[in-house]
Design a protein around this ligand. Structure first.
Ligand code: S3P
Length: 428
């Protein structure tokens, strides 16, 4: 499907952004391992979390709806059933990597598969620690999916120093730790999103500037009510749209403001964005609040090195678009893992920015360019990546002429209804 966008006269309205993707995946998995029925309010009904739900269903978990809440009938740590068919993670790295952690501690064999994009993404990062814990995992020669997981119970507890910064790997090891004998700990130098730790109430301590997180093997998980905030990584597209389209004023309700996710707000403010937080409260252990965004002239440079880029790993495409419309420059380095996302995001950004007439320098681990005065719409390829499609869709609202996004349907991965929402918010 292609989507065409033209210059907007301003975006206005009050919006509830769809639920947080990372938290939705984790709520499903942790509720499935709980001793009884949990309720999830604000679950993200998008392709990625639905892949997780389908996999858990194949593992014997039952779900139903009650008053707009998704009920998950947890069966306890030892309650998953051997699947009678493959577990299909679709496009979702979080589904595949986190489930691999849980499946490593089962006494049955399971096979995890993914779509063409996911089947290209590196899995050694989870295979290696899970194998150290005792699971046997078969993959392709390139250490990609399909993964056949020969689980074992109990697993061996390990102390794992993270070789890369990845919340998916950290969570896979911590979840596997539930099925280990003793305490499993993970050490991270750069703090990545901490939803798994918060949800399981895990012990965290700082040691020599690094964070050590520990799971107790065999701990009981109580069922509960989860309240999922709006996804800040999805809201970021609307925040930048309202910032760069003159005459905009948006109120985004109940957005997740977990400090491991909210660095993008600070970075946007540092180049002049007008983003105000209102009514911040903590629900289900996660801070959330309303964000009011008004258009603003952007100036100043965005310089993202390894640490900073890890903190905004999902927002890099839209931060680059903010810079494109600023009087300043964008420079990203130390972000080689961006080539391993739903697309090679460095290459996808560079190609599409060049299509907009921008002179971009490409590095193995990043890219750099100067903001432009007049951006003229062009033909854009989403490369099947939801965040690339949405980032350039937003650019289309501030560019001259017509922006056409090819492969625009992929927004359904994290933000169903995104294109319709952009239309609804147009000031007439
Ligand atoms: C996610 C972690 C990040 C992020 C992804 C979701 C998660 O991946 O890019 O969209 O829910 O844990 P990495 O941990 O591989 O960086």
């Amino acid at each position: 499907m292609k989507q065409t966008l033209t210059r907007s006269k301003g975006l206005q309205g009050t919006i509830q952004v769809p639920g947080d993707k990372s938290i939705s995946h984790r709520a499903l998995m942790i509720a499935s391992l709980a001793e009884g029925t949990s309720e999830i309010h604000g679950f993200l009904e998008a392709a990625d979390p639905l892949s997780t739900r389908q996999c858990l269903k194949t593992l014997g978990i039952e779900f139903d709806m009650n008053d707009n809440a998704l009920r998950v009938h947890g069966r306890g740590l030892r309650g998953l059933r051997a699947p009678t068919r493959e577990l299909d993670a679709g496009n979702s790295g979080t589904t595949l990597r986190l489930l691999a952690g849980i499946l490593a501690g089962q006494t049955f064999v399971s096979r995890l598969v993914g779509d063409a994009s996911l089947s290209q993404r590196p899995m050694k990062r989870v295979i290696e620690p899970l194998a150290r814990m005792g699971a046997r995992i078969e993959s392709t020669e390139r250490a990609t999916a399909p993964l056949t997981i020969h689980g074992i119970f109990p697993l061996k507890a390990i102390h794992y120093e993270m070789p890369i910064s990845s919340a998916q790997v950290k969570s896979a090891v911590l979840l596997a730790g539930l099925f280990a004998e003793g305490d499993t700990s993970v050490v991270e130098t750069i703090t990545t999103r901490d939803h798994t730790e918060r949800m399981l109430g895990l012990e965290r301590r700082e040691q020599n500037g690094r964070m050590v997180i520990t799971t107790r093997g065999g701990m009981t998980i109580e069922p509960r009510a989860f309240s999922i905030p709006g996804d800040l990584s999805s809201a970021a597209f609307l925040i930048v749209a309202a910032t760069i389209v003159p005459g905009s004023d948006l109120l985004l309700k109940n957005i997740g403001l977990n400090p491991t996710r909210s660095r993008c707000i600070e970075l946007l403010r540092s180049i002049g964005a007008d983003i105000r937080e209102e009514r911040v409260e903590v629900f289900s252990g996660e801070p959330q609040g309303d964000l009011r965004v008004r258009s603003a002239a952007l100036r100043g440079d965005l310089v993202l090195d390894g640490k900073k880029s890890a903190e905004v790993i999902d927002e890099i495409p839209i931060l680059a678009i903010a810079s494109l419309f600023s009087q300043g420059s964008f420079r990203l380095t130390g972000a080689g893992d961006l080539r391993n996302k739903e697309s090679d995001r460095i290459s996808a950004m560079v190609k599409n920015l060049r299509a907009l007439g921008c002179e971009v320098e490409e590095y193995a681990d990043g890219f750099a360019f100067q903001g432009k005065k007049d951006v003229i719409g062009a033909e854009i390829d989403s490369f099947g990546d939801h965040r690339i499609a949405m980032a350039f869709g937003v650019a289309g609202l501030a560019a001259e002429g017509k922006m056409t996004i090819h492969g625009a349907e992929c927004v359904a991965i994290s933000f169903p209804g995104f294109w319709e929402l952009l239309l609804q918010l147009q000031r007439s």
